[in-house]
Design a protein around this ligand. Structure first.
Ligand code: NAI
Length: 460
């Protein structure tokens, strides 16, 4: 039986990044993966959707070409080629992860791993079973789309983000159940590609975890782009008639929406397949593995990371957790800190957040300062033709930045200055006194920072 100091069950951004770090630390590492390296993120999540977001963006910008003095004619999206490009981006990255692991001397074992006994994993191959011994086992088995318990949820044509990413043609009408991150990213992509999109969300607003004021600004922008959004609306059933019929209900009563495809984007749940939770006595809560700040489970030498432990289900959080787990194994003094996790929603415009939201501060009755700066007062934003956007900063009474939300072009990149600020407890003054290059969108952050204790300069 081969034996390793660390064995990862699952090769997503939690497992493979953790494995790379473990190898850097001089540990012997194996990684067991039943599917493709890179997990949901590379194969069915972050990366393929971002390839589609980019195609939609190119289409949108080309449609606006005249505005910039360019005659380009009417652009026509070619869905099979868009999907082929997405496939190429994914396979390049998956191949890259394989090469990185190989170069780091991480043993990659392809097959379905089962964890039933302490200290070892059984890997099922097509016609054999292999046993791998481990000093430490890191459970990085990810998550799967949650299904909704309504009649018709399993009809053909009712899909999750997994299946929609494998489609070869565009539907005419797409109903999306769930106005969260997945729902809205697909809504933005499909609407831009010419599909009639309707989003059905049961809560009073879309993106329930995002700053409410920013959501109030984003919602009409999405609606104006052509997306129908029904909030406080529950889905009762889906029927197959000549097309799919989605029966929904709000305060005013029931109505039916016709669709050619229905995307269920109602959250994800931890995937603990292959783990004998009861037999091992592994502690779980609401289907997620329970861990401490070092990512240890209740079982000695067993760690849990990524979506399998619930919490903030984001690829970059999984990676940070993987690194924390192996550094703990290597004897470092480490602890996960979730106070400054950036998060991005790749709609148009993009929304990016870090730290606390205003509603959280209000709920906890914490006194705070708020400052906002609009993209419309930023020279670079006007030059880019991207004047719709806002930077919103939240600081405590001492002016320390505790949260931020950006809606607008390149929010996904801009947010990281604020992630550093929240993580390192920088003040508005620290940011305002840092010289920002002109002309850049980053100046919106400097201007908003001026407003924490005083006033932005470029705002009347
Ligand atoms: P989510 O939790 O963000 O949103 C699900 C939404 O569906 C919620 O607003 C919920 O109220 C609604 N919902 C649930 N059941 C419903 C029903 N029966 N009818 C109507 N609405 C219903 O989950 P989502 O969007 O599926 O994403 C899953 C995970 O993946 C999240 O943790 C998300 O953060 C992550 N993700 C992150 C991305 C990013 O960082 N850019 C992109 C995509 C996903």
């Amino acid at each position: 039986m081969e034996h390793y100091q660390v064995v990862f069950l699952g090769g997503g951004p939690g497992g493979y990044v953790g494995a790379l770090r473990a190898a850097q630390l001089g540990l012997s590492v194996a990684l067991i993966e039943a599917g493709e390296l890179g997990g949901t993120c590379l194969n069915r999540g972050c990366i393929p959707t971002k390839a589609l977001v980019r195609s939609a963006e190119v289409l949108r910008e080309t449609r606006r070409a005249e505005e910039f003095g360019i005659s380009a004619g009417e652009p026509v999206p070619d869905f099979p080629r868009i999907m082929a490009r997405k496939g190429q981006v994914v396979s390049t990255l998956v191949g890259g992860v394989g090469q990185l692991l190989k170069a780091a001397k991480v043993k990659v074992i392809k097959g379905f791993g089962e964890f039933k006994e302490p200290g070892k994993i059984q890997v099922k191959h097509a016609d054999s079973v292999e046993e791998i011994g481990a000093d430490n086992i890191i459970l990085a088995t990810g998550s799967v789309p949650a299904r909704i318990p309504i009649p018709g949820a399993d009809l053909p044509g009712v899909v999750t983000s997994d299946e929609i990413l494998a489609e070869t043609s565009l539907p005419e009408r797409l109903v999306i159940i769930g106005g969260g991150v997945i729902g809205l990213e697909f809504a933005a992509i499909y609407q831009t590609l010419g599909v009639k999109v309707t989003v059905v969300e049961m809560l009073p607003g879309i993106l329930p975890n995002v700053d409410e004021e920013i959501v109030r600004r984003l919602t009409p922008l999405l609606k104006r782009s052509g997306i129908d959004i029904f909030t406080k609306t529950s889905v009762r059933e889906i029927r197959q008639e000549e097309c799919l019929v989605v029966k929904v209900e709000d305060e005013k009563g029931a109505k039916e929406i016709q669709a050619d495809k229905v995307l269920v984007a109602a959250g994800r749940k931890p995937n603990l397949q292959g783990i004998d939770v009861a037999g091992l006595g592994l502690k779980t809560e609401r289907g997620a593995i329970v861990v401490n700040g070092q990512m240890q489970t209740n079982l000695p030498g067993v760690y849990g990371i990524g979506d399998a432990v619930g919490g903030i289900m984001l690829a970059h959080v999984a990676s940070a957790e993987g690194i924390t787990a192996v550094e703990h194994i290597a004897g470092h003094k480490v602890e996960m800190n979730y106070s400054a996790v950036p998060s991005v929603i790749f709609t148009h415009p993009e929304v990016a957040t870090v730290g606390v939201t205003e509603q959280e501060l209000k709920l906890k009755s914490i006194t705070y300062k708020v400052s906002k700066f609009p993209y419309s007062a930023n020279g670079k934003a006007l030059a880019l033709g991207e004047s719709v956007g806002t930077v919103k900063l939240l600081a405590d009474e001492q002016g320390v930045i505790v949260g931020a939300t950006i809606m607008g072009a390149q929010a996904s990149t801009l947010i990281h200055e604020l992630a550093v600020a929240v993580e390192k407890k920088l003040t508005g003054e620290d940011l305002a006194r840092t010289i920002h290059a002109h002309p850049t969108l980053s100046e919106t952050i400097m201007e908003a920072a001026h407003g924490i204790n005083g006033k932005p300069l470029h705002l009347a």
